[in-house]
Write a protein that binds this ligand. Structure first.
Ligand code: ATP
Length: 271
């Protein structure tokens, strides 16, 4: 199935939460941002800075207090098949077999049984799970369940994929394997890539995956960094001078480098 990515445009988007007895809180604060069709954009930032809220606004799961989001030329007014979502928690239905999970979105859109089975099989094969299509999710490892979820969102043909820390709970090796799976599906050389927004806490994951890394802080986008390194980006590629510089910039934004990250006795001594 050929699916093209869609652009995303956030225009002055805010989300205010009212909390009893406290001032209103701006989880997302006046964000304006354009993401080109087919871009792979990672979002990093400290815990609580608004990353998930921004993603959920784009997914149509949270309504903005102000502003608008366009996917292509269509305003976001709620969830839709044009946007596929995978979160950190298991994004599969435990009561459905693996292949039924992958077919689910297609079934909801009324794709005929034979066609959707063919598409689901294709994507299961592409994520390396062709042999377990009749298994139940509980029979799979966490990494395999993630593959099922990813096969499902790609099979459903969404032009925009919103992935919120999808690999956060996985071990190092599985995470790297899934990077390859995801990048292979994203840019398979047969059609223009889908657009991906990917939230991560892992700076190296952002450097490995993104064309562009957005840094959020206190509800705003505080930096927007292009990553021009060629793909595939092996661990060695991350040692390249430009990549090391970007990593330093990201770590500084996260408060892990600079005065705050130094040992207090060194800071006190002015070193
Ligand atoms: N429904 C809600 N009601 C009140 N406050 C909320 C609600 N949802 C989120 N918030 C607050 O908005 C802020 C941003 O939350 P969000 O989940 O977007 O952050 P995040 O950057 O994704 O954090 P993390 O990296 O820890 O997942 C947090 O301070 C959170 O407590």
């Amino acid at each position: 199935m050929q699916t093209r990515g869609n652009s995303i445009a956030f225009d002055k988007v805010s989300r205010i939460y009212r909390r009893a007895g406290q001032p209103n809180f701006r989880a997302v604060d006046n964000v304006s941002l354009t993401i080109a069709a087919g871009e792979f954009v990672c979002i990093v930032g400290p815990s609580g800075c608004g990353k998930s809220t921004l993603m959920q606004i784009c997914a149509g799961l949270v309504t903005p207090s102000d502003g608008t989001v366009l996917v292509g030329s269509t305003p976001v007014t709620g969830p839709g098949a044009d946007r596929g979502v995978v979160f950190q928690q298991d994004s599969v239905f435990p009561w459905m077999s693996v292949i039924d999970n992958v077919e689910y979105g297609l079934k909801c859109r009324g794709v005929p049984a034979r066609e959707r089975r063919e598409i689901a099989r294709e994507y299961l094969a592409r994520v390396g799970l062709g042999m377990v299509e009749t298994s139940w999710p509980k029979e799979l490892s966490g990494g395999m369940r993630k593959r099922v979820a990813i096969a499902g969102v790609f099979a459903n043909g969404s032009g925009v994929l919103l992935l919120d820390e999808p690999f956060g709970a996985l071990d190092y090796v599985t995470r790297h394997q899934l990077h390859d799976v995801l990048l292979g599906l994203w840019d398979d050389g047969t059609s223009s890539p889908r657009t991906i927004l990917f939230v991560t806490h892992d700076v190296d994951e952002a450097l490995t995956l993104g064309d562009r890394i957005l840094v959020m802080g206190s509800g705003r986008v505080v930096d927007d960094i292009a990553v021009r390194a060629a793909r595939p980006r092996t661990p060695d590629a991350l040692l390249d001078r430009d990549m090391v510089e970007i990593r330093h910039t990201l770590l500084r934004h996260l408060g892990l480098e600079g005065p705050r990250a130094r040992a207090p006795e060194l800071v006190a001594a002015g070193r």
